[in-house]
Design a protein around this ligand. Structure first.
Ligand code: ARG
Length: 457
């Protein structure tokens, strides 16, 4: 049954129906569609556009549909074009004539714009919770690992020693910015398109301010043509989701590397790894790999919607129906990744001894040896050269800087004294780095306290 059958003489071709329909996916926001209709009819009655009896009958009918859908007593049937037609047809079936008054002063164009906004807003709330749970887990791990030493890398080559707390702190910052992006989108998108009609508003005396407030918006949208054709918030959401996916993917990549036989920095919990069908020894980081791999489809959704929107003249065009499946998939994907990733890192064991040993034998204290010379009056460029010679010497003997005798040090530069060992010990290398944002304990404690404050805000 078509809402627009009046003007048409031929039956719709089945292939055309299948190609055009959206019920198979927009059925997902039936709750939001019903919520929007209840607000709309409440406003219509307040404005004297429908009677009190009709309003009550419509609301009772809509609530009945909602309850029956939730309890699966009512199922979506394919003859309806979209969720809007489905609900309206059902309503009229239930309550008769009054049901036909619901759509007064409304078009499916402002209706779908509203439903999609309400849906995205609800999902942003869920995503916010999942990102917060991940941040909480990272913060807990940071607190537990203030003196877990590990190599910090540049170019995936050992660079300078850091702590696991510090390394994880970098991810805290990334996901914290993601949280901020979600909040920003919610703020910017929170204007209600209801009442924009098909594109040019309506002749009925609607109170748009009132329906906007009923639905928790800050107010109505400003321009009716923009209201029905704006999908910027979908693009912003997909962009924020892409950034979250990118951060999860980078972290996953590290977990995969850390879990490799060569690194052995972490041991994944059995529940988050899988075996091989042929190689009995294998324990693979499939979850981390899937999180990394799924990034592609989230980016895909963003590029697809950007491309769909780029050629659209004002106002509504059916192309915009394409926003839904992509967005739903990206939201589901990122929610799944966030939940699984949080579970994976909270059950993963860190091999602190392996991490510390790795930091010790990669010359991660070479910069500190050079700094020692500088503190004794040697120009930095010369110090850099001297320590370079020491490294060559150690490579030749397959030892660490700390393993050299004082005589060996002094053979390269007489400036070295007994206190060089203290100066280049792992502990002092890390703990002397106390500038804000550095890995030293004191700086890290302050950083962690600030993380707590920022999360509570
Ligand atoms: N299913 C449509 C969409 O997702 C709903 C709006 C239909 N409006 C129209 N004029 N055909 O965009």
């Amino acid at each position: 049954m078509k809402l627009w059958g009046g003007r048409f003489t031929k039956e719709e071709n089945q292939l055309v129906h299948n190609f055009n329909e959206s019920l198979s996916f927009d059925c997902r926001f039936y709750r939001q569609d019903i919520e929007g209709s209840i607000a709309h009819v409440t406003m219509l009655e307040k404005q004297g556009i429908v009677s009190e009896e009709d309003r009550d009958a419509i609301i009772a009918g809509l609530e009945g549909i909602l309850a029956d859908l939730e309890s699966k007593k009512l199922e979506f049937t394919a003859e309806h074009e979209d969720i809007h037609s489905f609900v309206e047809a059902n309503l009229t079936e239930r309550i008769g004539e009054a049901g036909k008054r619901l759509h007064t002063g409304r078009s499916r164009n402002d209706q779908v714009a509203l439903d999609m906004k309400l849906y995205c807003r609800d999902e942003i709330g869920e995503l916010d919770g999942l990102v917060r749970a991940l941040l909480g887990e990272i913060l807990k791990l940071m607190e537990e690992n203030l003196d877990t030493y590990m190599p910090g890398f540049t170019h995936l080559q050992k660079a300078q020693p850091v702590t696991l707390a510090h390394h994880l702190g970098a991810y805290f910052e990334m996901f914290y910015r993601d949280l901020g992006r979600l909040c920003d989108i919610k703020k910017r998108m929170n204007a209600c398109p209801l009442g924009a009609g098909a594109l040019a508003g309506t002749t009925y005396p609607l109170d748009r301010e009132y329906s906007a407030r009923l639905l928790g918006f800050d107010g109505p949208t400003f321009n009716s043509m923009d209201s029905v054709s704006d999908r910027d918030y979908v693009i912003e959401l997909l962009s924020a989701l892409s950034t979250i996916a990118m951060h999860l993917s980078r972290f996953s990549e590290e977990v995969i590397i850390w879990n490799s036989n060569e690194y052995r920095f972490v041991e994944l919990d059995d529940a988050y790894s899988t075996g091989s069908s042929i190689m009995p020894q294998k324990k693979n980081p499939d979850i981390a790999e899937l999180v990394r791999g799924k990034t592609g489809r989230v980016y895909g959704a963003l590029v697809a919607i950007l491309t769909t929107m780029k050629g659209l003249p004002l106002a509504y065009n059916k192309d915009m129906q394409e926003d839904k499946e992509l967005t739903f998939d990206a939201i589901d994907t990122v929610k799944g990744c966030l939940a699984l990733f949080t579970g994976m890192i909270s059950t993963m064991a860190f091999r602190k001894d392996v991490m510390e040993a790795s930091a010790k034998n990669g010359f991660t204290n070479a910069t500190d040896a050079a700094d020692y010379l500088v503190n004794h009056g040697v120009p930095f460029r010369d110090a850099h050269g001297i320590v370079g010679q020491l490294v060559l010497h150690c490579l030749d003997k397959d030892i660490a800087l700390d393993d050299m005798t004082l005589e060996e040090f002094q053979a390269v530069s007489p400036v070295f004294e007994e206190d060089i060992y203290e100066a280049i010990s792992m502990k002092s290398c890390v703990q002397r780095r106390v500038t804000q944002g550095a890995p030293g304990q004191e700086a890290m404690r302050q950083a962690i306290a600030a993380c707590h404050r920022r999360l509570e805000q």
